[in-house]
Design a protein around this ligand. Structure first.
Ligand SMILES: [Zn+2]
Length: 390
């Protein structure tokens, strides 16, 4: 009997979102539960799911990180800083410039310039330089794709350049051939919808209904060629409705420190990451951020427990995390606060991820990185030592 592991990832379909739509796949994937997410964004969660490692293990956490001296691969981008801001702050212009920078630098991973100021880009490096969805894609450690390749097995994985419809059509074609032992598809429409309109829009229910129909169709197609179809529908994080934007950058700029000389900072949507370039700057930042009403500095032992501690401070000496519902705006990710955002503390209920399946879920399955173990199990691969498995 041929077995297929059918792994359907729906971005931002967190436990709280699913709880409001209990009818979603309820008959064909009845076993369901919340999963603990990983602090950060998809750039941290996706590589963890496909490797069973935390960001401390595979080294991918946030997108950009500070590189002292002139080691940045974006040094040449300096000239873009001379373009008028009126032009470069337009989303469409930045979209095309992102494509240009990606091509010139030879980046194969997911890449966006977001709202990073061009004058600052030449002091940063980008973590997800390589496409993670292929063998050899992780900076450290191996992913399920390395293992499938070593075992001589075939698989399907989505083409990140395509939208949900294109990815689903590709997968349907692949299932029709019946040659793969694992399918991994990442669907992004729900995440985009809730970023733009929040979690309460009725469009969420409509979209889940559409996903429900498409996933049922995938299972029916798969059953024509496989005796055992193991369906897992899951996500990496939930979504929070944003109450308020918070101009953390402006506050930091009042401390009398010089960016690039005293400190460097990268403002993600929910985290400010700071590199201290001298002791005085470090003290000032610690005092200011240590008594802040909108968030807190995460201590090293807590970062370590969350799997995102980097002894070399690759992603920052000080990690300041916003309280749930408060978004840094403007940030280096976007100019304005939006309706929905994720990337708050994993302990917040809206951060919870989820998984549902047509098979009984193992008791020990509690964290998103353990999904890796399910992929190993359904393809008969022995997970390497030290990986998260249920
Ligand atoms: Zn998102």
């Amino acid at each position: 009997m041929k077995t297929l592991g059918l792994f359907v990832f729906i971005d931002a379909l967190g436990w709280e979102v699913l709880r409001r739509h209990p009818e979603f796949l309820s008959d064909i994937a009845p076993d369901r539960r919340p999963l603990e997410t990983i602090l950060g964004y998809s750039s941290a969660c996706d590589p963890s799911i496909i490797s069973g490692l935390t960001p401390s293990g595979h080294k991918l956490w946030s997108s950009y990180y500070f590189v002292p001296g002139r080691r940045s691969p974006f040094d040449w981008v300096r000239w873009l800083g001379f373009l008028p801001e009126r032009l470069t702050e337009r989303a469409r212009v930045r979209h095309y410039l992102s494509k240009l920078v990606k091509k010139v630098c030879g980046i194969t991973g997911y890449f966006q310039l977001y709202n990073v100021p061009f004058r600052l880009l030449p002091i940063f490096h980008y973590a997800e330089w390589k496409r993670i969805w292929v063998p050899g894609g992780l900076p450290e450690g191996t992913s399920i794709f390395d293992m499938l390749q070593a075992a001589g097995k075939s698989w399907y994985v989505h083409d990140s350049n395509k939208g949900d419809e294109g990815k689903l059509a590709d997968l349907e074609a692949s299932l029709g051939e019946g040659k793969i032992s694992l399918a991994y598809i990442s669907l992004g429409k729900l995440d985009a919808l809730m970023h733009a309109e929040g979690t309460q829009t009725p469009k969420v229910g409509d979209l889940l209904k559409w996903y429900d129909g498409r996933i049922r169709h995938l299972v029916e197609l798969a059953k024509k060629n496989y005796g055992d179809v193991r369906l897992y529908v899951f996500t990496d994080h939930g979504m929070h409705d944003i109450r308020q934007g918070w101009d953390l950058q402006k506050e930091i700029e009042t401390l009398g420190l010089k960016f690039g000389t005293d400190y460097a900072a990268f403002y993600d949507s929910t985290m400010g990451r700071f590199w201290c370039l001298n002791a005085e700057a470090c003290r000032k930042l610690e005092v200011f951020l240590g008594n802040h009403p909108a968030g807190r500095i995460l201590p090293d032992d807590e970062l370590d427990e969350l799997g995102v501690y980097f002894p070399d401070a690759q992603y920052g000496d000080l990690i300041f995390l916003m309280n749930p519902g408060l978004q840094i705006a403007p940030s280096f990710m976007g100019r304005k606060a939006i309706k929905g955002m994720h990337g708050f503390h994993p302990s917040d209920p809206d951060s919870k991820a989820m998984i549902c399946s047509n098979r009984p879920l193992p008791q020990g399955l509690q964290k998103i990185q353990q999904i890796f173990g399910l992929m190993c199990e359904s393809t008969g691969i022995e997970p390497p030592a030290g990986r998260a498995v249920p």
